[in-house]
Design a protein around this ligand. Structure first.
Ligand SMILES: NC(=O)c1ccc[n+]([C@@H]2O[C@H](COP(=O)([O-])OP(=O)(O)OC[C@H]3O[C@@H](n4cnc5c(N)ncnc54)[C@H](OP(=O)(O)O)[C@@H]3O)[C@@H](O)[C@H]2O)c1
Length: 273
């Protein structure tokens, strides 16, 4: 039996991972909404739910301490999977900088803090659920893109400096509640962005609603992560989904070409061409 620590397990990719791992392994499963504790426990008696709010430093630290106190006798963790995340969206011109700070707190800093605290027990690898957004080419979700890029840079350095295996998984749009939740989460910035960017905002909102069902099957992302976990020497980065692969190729072009293509692409989408 291996020991897994996974955050963001109440829905989407994290939840699919708990289901995939919990039959044969101990899985510490992070939640922030108490309502999900029962359903997490129902997955398997091997699941140990733990409370964590990635926006609160104290909660992140308490969660790490709790996990350390509950580790099996071996005292080791085989794999940490940082899956919790949310999307801060809006126009860079007028988005509240505190929302950008919070985005980094939830998607980047808390993962580093949490992982650092578990490192002494870690004997295997770290798998971060980054995103194709890490390629940094998507307007109106710039805080999200930047938070994922920063996550990748920080953790890749951990590999270079300390030799711990770190893998960044970059899915394209995946059929989870993430984007729908982002509409609610970003109400204020979306309203502000309508002033000057109303057509783009309408397009973004329509997309966010579509993504719930129109994206990759979450089990495909989970299957890839299972393979990565089983791999002795995984690559530092994996993209999954045609959109993610396209974003990866695009990101290798000179910045002025990227800007031209993204601007043109957005205009065509907005005008329905
Ligand atoms: N869906 C996509 O298109 C897509 C594409 C690429 C990468 N990703 C990444 O995949 C990861 C999982 O997302 P998902 O698509 O599976 O979406 P999801 O279903 O919304 O899952 C996100 C998970 O993170 C948790 N979470 C959010 N904010 C949190 C906070 N402040 N503290 C603790 N937990 C928090 C959520 O808990 P609650 O239930 O309490 O909200 C949920 O369990 C994220 O890191 C996301 O950025 C998603």
């Amino acid at each position: 039996m291996k020991t897994y620590v996974i955050t963001g397990t109440t829905s989407g990719i994290g939840n699919a991972l708990v289901k995939a791992f919990a039959d044969d392994n101990i899985v510490f499963a992070g939640y922030r909404n108490e309502d999900f504790v029962v359903s997490l426990k129902k997955i398997s008696p091997n699941v140990i739910p733990f409370y964590i709010d990635m926006s609160k430093k104290s909660s992140v630290r308490q969660a790490a301490a709790y996990i350390k106190s509950k580790l099996p006798e071996s005292g080791k963790i085989d794999t940490i999977i940082n899956a919790a995340g949310c999307v801060a969206a809006g126009a860079v011109e007028n988005i509240d900088v505190d929302d950008v700070r919070k985005q980094f707190e939830v998607n980047t800093f808390s993962h580093l803090d949490f992982t650092q605290r578990l490192l002494p027990a870690l004997e295997g690898k770290i798998i971060n659920i980054s995103s194709m957004s890490s390629f940094g080419i998507f307007p109106f979700v710039a805080p999200y893109c930047a938070s994922k890029r920063a996550l990748d840079i920080l953790f890749n350095s951990l590999y270079i400096e300390k030799g711990i295996k770190v893998v960044s998984v970059k899915p394209g749009v995946t059929a989870t509640a993430l984007w729908e939740k982002s509409i609610d989460l970003n109400k204020k910035s979306i309203e502000k962005a309508k002033d000057g960017y109303s057509a783009a905002m309408e397009y973004m909102l329509a997309n966010a609603r579509k993504n719930r069902t129109g994206g990759l099957d979450v089990r495909k992302v989970a299957d890839l992560i299972l393979k990565i976990d089983a791999c002795e020497n995984p690559k530092p980065s994996y993209t999954i989904g045609a959109d993610a692969k396209f974003a990866e190729i695009l990101s290798k072009l000179p910045q002025e070409w990227i800007n031209f293509i993204v601007k043109k692409g957005l205009q065509c989408k907005i005008n329905g061409k």
